[in-house]
Ligand binder design. Structure first.
Ligand code: SF4
Ligand code: SF4
Length: 590
């Protein structure tokens, strides 16, 4: 039987078919649907969980692997940075049952703060990297990954990219295979990485890499597709699809195992073709290693190390390289005029009230990763820094200690992000005698990735009831004596609490109490409307940045547009009514 599956869904199916028993992840685009699919369809056979962050996800999966369960930890590319500490030493301990780390990379930064190429982590950690090129391979490579992991006693990095994670393709469906493994066995020279043990394990890692290199030459994961021999292209991941389409006449060495490279096979391939090119997204990862092995090769000078490739970009590179005639270049296309749609917070979003209230405080706001990052953009313009998950509190503390600005700085982050990596920074603020005010915009969900539960909610990924972390008690336990809760729909109340806590010469935390408008179910209250006769066209309501508010055709005597509210979009949060100086925005019936 065949099914249309995205790469993420196919990978989840692979976990089911090839005996996976444990899966852990922190949600992150483009990886999120892997765990959602496992939790939804395969929870009778595979334990699936949202971990508090990627480091914990990997550590939990490692424990399960040591304990005899085929396991997986999934994350987006920047998540691997968070998990890098256990990863680097995990390479030394090796595994119990097969262990896969999924890195879903995001070339072109569709939804990320950078576009790092995580194949480099494979080389850095001396572990194999598998790179599927479509949904079928996303499933099949799970089998290879488990087998390699168990045969070579190594974690395996299975690298997807956004294009593979989210594109759908036909996948052949099979039955679940059961794989028997024993439980955890004590072996301290393998599992306890004190220096005396680790130094011996490092030698094992180096020898393992040599054996993996021999495997890379032998495995069908790396295959040659012979065509004309004037041009040979080495490629992998989705770039393989682009290269095949752009130049069907070229011979291709397709790499499914992207690290370590099959150098013998590459040498043989290079010897047969007139010109050797590498087509790969982002870094010149293959190219550098091939060139370092003394094989004449070209790549990045024709195919950029910046943004996603596509068929047109690959064709352009091939033309520039002189191996494809210019007639293959895409005809210049008329670009459809699309109205610019800047990203905005949803109508009724509880973060909006806090952003509007912050405006009055004249502070710098260090931000984090989450929906509220949209508050950096006009018209709200209330977020001043965003680096990575959990960085906001450290930034605010650092700016305070630098002592070079009169303006106060507050940190703002979400409930999920606070739990992910904000807790330790808040503890550090208390310990190091900072006075940072931290705002936790608690919308009761991990909203930006699509509404996943987190440890502050009462449900697990598999839908079981659980004990939710009480954020207020947690902050108090960390030593913060001033913890306040505010309703972000109450602007005056929020402003008053902000003013008090920002002025305080001690650490403080403010927690907002309104849930996300979309999760767990969409909230739609009664819509407000603008009384045109009362509206003075001051524009104050436009500055709350609500997509329900727009300019009406009516103008004031200076020709400035009055405002109007789309009742189909408005949720009745009342934020705009509270900023209107003319009381022109009113609920229904007024
Ligand atoms: S009440 Fe105003 S701010 Fe709230 S959703 Fe409606 S239009 Fe937007
Ligand atoms: S804030 Fe009030 S008066 Fe000003 S434009 Fe909006 S509705 Fe009109």
């Amino acid at each position: 039987m065949e099914m249309m599956l995205s790469g993420n869904e196919a990978l989840a199916r692979g976990m089911y078919e090839f005996g996976g028993e444990f899966a852990s992840a922190y949600p992150g685009t483009p990886s999120t649907e892997i765990l959602e699919t496992i939790g939804r369809f395969f929870k009778d056979d595979i334990y699936a969980e949202w971990a508090i962050n990627e480091k914990v996800a990997l550590e939990n999966a490692v424990g399960a692997s040591y304990g005899g369960a085929r396991s997986l930890a999934a994350m987006k590319h920047v998540g691997v940075n968070v998990a890098a500490d256990p990863l680097m030493t995990l390479s030394y301990t090796g595994v119990g049952a097969g262990l896969i780390i999924v890195s879903a990379d995001d070339p072109s930064l569709h939804s990320s703060q950078n576009e790092q190429d995580n194949r480099c982590y494979g080389k850095f950690a001396s572990i194999p990297v598998l790179e599927p090129s479509d949904s079928q391979e996303a499933k099949d490579f799970v089998k290879y990954a488990f087998e390699i992991s168990e045969e070579f006693d190594t974690p395996v990095l299975l690298r997807l990219t956004t294009r593979i994670s989210h594109s759908k393709g036909l996948v052949t469906i099979g039955e679940r295979e059961t794989v028997e493994h024993g439980g955890f066995e004590r072996n301290i020279t393998k599992y306890v990485m004190v220096p005396g043990h680790a130094i011996k394990r490092h030698r094992i890692v180096i020898e393992r890499l040599e054996r993996l290199a021999a495997y890379a030459d032998a495995t069908e994961l790396n295959r040659i597709e012979w065509n004309g021999k004037k041009v040979g292209i080495i490629t992998g991941s989705v770039a393989y699809q682009y290269a095949r389409e752009a130049m069907p006449g070229a011979s291709i060495l397709k790499l499914g195992l992207g690290y370590p490279l099959p150098m013998k096979k590459i040498r043989e391939f290079a010897a047969e073709v007139g010109r050797l090119l590498v087509v790969e997204e982002l870094e010149g990862f293959y190219e550098e290693q091939i060139a370092a092995a003394g094989i004449p090769v070209e790549g990045k000078k024709f195919f950029s190390n910046y943004l996603e490739l596509n068929v047109d970009r690959v064709r352009e590179g091939l033309v520039e390289a002189g191996v494809l005639s210019a007639e293959h270049l895409p005809a210049s296309r008329e670009r459809a005029e699309v109205l610019p749609r800047p990203p905005v917070l949803c109508p009724g979003c509880p973060h909006r009230g806090m952003m509007v209230a912050l405006r009055k405080q004249k502070v710098f706001t260090t931000g984090d990763i989450g929906c509220y990052t949209l508050g950096a953009l006009p018209p709200l313009e209330q977020i001043d820094t965003t680096l990575c998950m959990g960085a906001s509190i450290g930034h605010a503390f650092g700016i305070e200690k630098a002592g070079k600005t009169e303006k106060k700085t507050v940190a703002l982050l979400g409930d999920s992000t606070f739990l992910h990596s904000g807790i330790t920074s808040l503890a550090s603020v208390v310990y190091n005698r900072g006075t940072t005010t931290t705002i936790i915009v608690d919308n009761r969900i991990t909203a930006m990735t699509g509404g996943q539960f987190n440890p502050a909610n009462e449900r697990t990924l598999m839908g079981e009831e659980t004990k939710a972390i009480d954020l207020e008690k947690l902050c108090r336990a960390l030593g913060v004596e001033h913890v306040r809760k505010v309703d972000p729909y109450d602007l005056a109340g929020t402003e008053a609490v902000l003013a008090e806590e920002i002025a305080r010469n001690e650490p403080s935390v403010i927690i907002t109490t309104r849930p996300c408008m979309l999760f767990p179910k969409k909230v739609k209250g009664v819509a407000f409307h603008v009384v045109a006769d009362s509206c003075i066209a001051c524009g104050a309501c436009f500055k709350v940045g609500c997509p329900a508010i727009s300019a009406s055709e009516e103008t004031n005597d200076k020709g400035r547009p009055k405002s109007k509210i789309d009742p189909a979009v408005c949720t009745g949060c009342s934020i705009c009514a509270q900023v209107c100086p003319a009381d022109a925005i009113v609920p229904p019936g007024e």
